[in-house]
Design a protein around this ligand. Sequence first.
Ligand SMILES: [Mn+2]
Length: 450
Amino acid sequence: MTARRPLRVAHFSDLHYGPRNLTEADRCFGAAIERAVHAGVDVAVISGDSTDHALDLHSPSAVALVSRVRWLADRCPVLMLQGTWSHEPPGTLSVFRALGGRHGVHVADRIGQVALTAAGDWVASPGWCFDALPEGLVALFSCLPSVNRAAMAVVLGVADAAAATGEHVATLLRGWAPSHALARRCGLPTLLVSHGTVFGCITEHGVPMAGFDHEFTTGSLFDAGAQAVLLGHIHRHQCWERDDGGGRRCIAYAGSIGRFHHGEAGDKGFLRWQVGPDSAACRLEATPARRTVDICFDGKPDLAALRAALVAQPVEGAWVRLRWSVPEEERNDVDRAAMRELLAGAAGVQFEGRIVPVVRVRSAGIGQAGAMRDKVAAWAGVVGARAEPLWSCLDELAAHRTQRIVDDVLAEPQPTEADDAQRADGEVASGLKTLELAGDCLEVFAGANA
Ligand SMILES: [Mn+2]
């Protein structure tokens, strides 16, 4: 490796190994590292969230991830950065220090710098920054693991931690600038590796992140003075460039290695970087991430419309999410079996039905009424109904067993068509109203007796 040509870096991120993602993560990461090695990269960086959550050592996900990283370490030096603490609980990455391999794996789980030597070894700074650059280095890496929000809250207080985090991070990044400038003067590529949110970035679901508690701004990252900024955390690839006299500099999220959720836009992959002392450029290399398809219905899913949609966009081998929203009374009319049959060629099908609940008027004051008769009157007042017909129902409920009432109602002569015709519309409406009232009244009654 010579320092003359740009350093070739493979940048992987957000692998999220875990039982739920194993197939997708391992297919994509496996393809990515093979491609990176085939392209002859000098060094590999994994910028956080290698795991999705704490993994047992005997889990297939742990075995698969360890095997892949070992395979990589046999071919080039590897730098692994600590990601979000809930995804990688403290200590998760320690096992990779003992992995062995032809090259070392540097685990960056604290703030610090690390030099890559011509022999492909890692030399870590004792503190947060090198006092003097070590001998024989070919590239300088500054590492800021995911900021531990809980630790920040302990140190700064809960109220101040969120907003103050960005300021502390900016101070640290500026603190690294002199060492980056020194390395650049020595003709060395400088790289900053971190994991967090850049103000104004766009998530994989198209949401702009514009809160005031994000770790970074593009300004604070460029102020670190590194030529390349390799980021993890946001699962969508995106980059920012600047050329302000120090040559082209670039900040980039690699994005997640695979497509782990429905609705994620854009290609998935890893980044191939070329970083020189005064230049940086990256390019996304796509991984064989799974294809997802969203089909949405405003109301009840329409099978004819679904058939038409599948002709327009075949879902063979894709992961399909079908969404609908129906009023509560139509919830049982959705034919899931028929839809499943139409989607038989898909690799996976996820149904997301939203039930729009029936909104009931709360009867204010009903709780204060003592007697059941008063409760019914209060309720009738709120909904504008006549209470009198219900009082006779109440009396009957108090006097007779339910079955007896039902039997009596069924024994009554059914109205003839002539009777029906005689009824005024208003009476029908009032009858319906009374039935509704009776239903609610029974609920109240049952509640009172419970
Ligand atoms: Mn992640």
